[in-house]
Design a protein around this ligand. Structure first.
Ligand SMILES: Cc1ncc(COP(=O)(O)O)c(C=O)c1O
Length: 393
């Protein structure tokens, strides 16, 4: 059996052993110094000023939009563009926070929204923000997308939950917009079991994210920032300040266990990304020789931190045939993210208008994916390559 993921952690046994020792010694397990240290180390890895750790990638997405609303940069009813090939909790916060989701088609050749897709939608409607998803470790032409957004005064936010470590010549994915989310759920590039991060270079956003993360209070801000909030609202005693709630928030805090695991896993991340890329290139070389399958265009990507291996068949019939082959060989498969999000029940319940999304439909009807992770051994790779070779009906 080749499951979508074999283990919860990179260097699983070692990590579990270290975790047990950490828990036995730890004096405190609620959010504290491990969280702060992981945030600092992750910010260095990503090359950003600020990183805020939360309890999941979905929470990170929710917090990003809530922070923008609290700051008045987004308002009720604003139209928010999003990659139609995405995860549920990328879109749900747009609905939950009273804004209008506008799906943007992807390009089937890259699996991602390209600037041309965004421009097409902008010919039909204006947008206040674009919440792009960097799908499966690939990305669109984010440098051009950023330029389009800047010119049209659209706030660019990145869901980078599936593309930690991917690079374009112009920078790391996650660093093109004003902020970006990451997920550390098992099966992602690194795991803290559950966990997520938000990265930003914008100090005002970072401050608001820390308020949003913890009940709407100021406890996790620096002393000068706390002073500013308290002065603004005339809060004069520590007694009162501890239970003053300044803006809309949640409890989406991580624990010290999340922080510890994040720091421990971060050490293995670069090596993991390199193995994922190597596996991808090997499997891609087989796909290139199979006329039943479509090879993805990654020519604009300099480091491919592949999340999972997508198989795009030329027809829906071929998809059925190859999925059967994979299943018979014991390889677990699944749809590409959530497919065309417009076809999901939750979306249809709340949004009556639907857009034509030919390329996302193409991916939905002809695509599936299997796992790509460092624990794939030689035998697994052989099984995968055998299945990716051309098979007559
Ligand atoms: C693109 C994308 N965004 C957000 C998430 C949510 O992350 P989490 O499962 O940590 O909530 C996922 C989950 O896999 C995802 O693939």
């Amino acid at each position: 059996m080749i499951p979508l993921m074999k283990s919860a952690f990179l260097n699983e046994l070692d990590t579990k052993d270290a975790l047990v020792k950490f828990i036995l010694k730890a004096k405190k397990l609620s959010m504290g110094e491990q969280v702060v240290a992981f945030e600092k180390e992750f910010a260095v890895f990503q090359g950003v000023k600020n990183a805020t750790l939360v309890n999941s990638g979905g929470s990170a997405n929710l917090a990003m939009l809530q922070a923008l609303k609290n700051l008045g940069r987004l308002k009720d009813g604003d139209k928010i563009g999003f990659s139609a090939l995405t995860w549920s909790t990328n879109v749900m916060p747009i609905l939950q926070l009273g804004m209008q989701p506008v799906p943007i088609d992807c390009d089937q050749r890259t699996l991602n929204v390209m600037a041309s897709n965004l421009k097409k939608r902008l010919n039909q409607t204006d947008l206040r923000a674009f919440f792009v998803t960097n799908a499966l470790g690939f990305a669109g032409d984010l440098d051009v997308i950023r330029k389009v957004c800047n010119e049209a005064q659209i706030i660019l936010i990145e869901d980078n939950c599936e593309a930690l470590g991917t690079e374009l010549p112009s920078g790391k994915t996650g660093n093109f917009g004003i902020m970006s989310s990451f997920s550390f759920f098992v099966a992602h590039h690194m795991s803290t079991v559950e966990g997520g991060m938000i990265c930003t270079n914008d100090g005002e956003i970072d401050e608001m994210l820390r308020i949003v993360r913890a009940n709407g209070w100021d406890r996790n801000l620096s002393a000068p920032k706390q002073h500013r909030w308290r002065k603004k609202y005339n809060i004069n005693s520590e007694f009162e300040a501890k239970y003053t709630f300044y803006d809309l928030g949640y409890n989406i805090r991580p624990t010290e266990i999340t922080g510890f695991l994040g720091r421990y896993q971060l050490k293995f991340l670069k090596e993991n990304i390199a193995i994922r890329q190597r596996n991808y290139l090997l499997l891609e070389s087989i796909v290139k020789d199979n006329p039943d399958l479509q090879t993805l265009d990654r020519s604009h990507i300099s480091v491919l931190s592949n999340f999972a291996f997508p198989v795009l068949c030329k027809t829906p019939q071929l998809k059925c045939r190859y999925m059967k082959l994979f299943s018979n060989a014991g390889i677990e498969t699944r749809p590409i993210i959530a497919g065309n999000i417009q076809r999901q029940p939750f979306y249809k319940k709340y949004i009556l208008y639907s857009y034509e999304l030919p390329d996302v439909d193409f991916v939905h009807d002809r695509g599936f994916y299997c796992g790509n992770y460092p624990e794939l051994n030689k035998k697994d790779i052989k099984t995968l390559t055998d299945c990716l070779k051309r098979h007559e009906a």
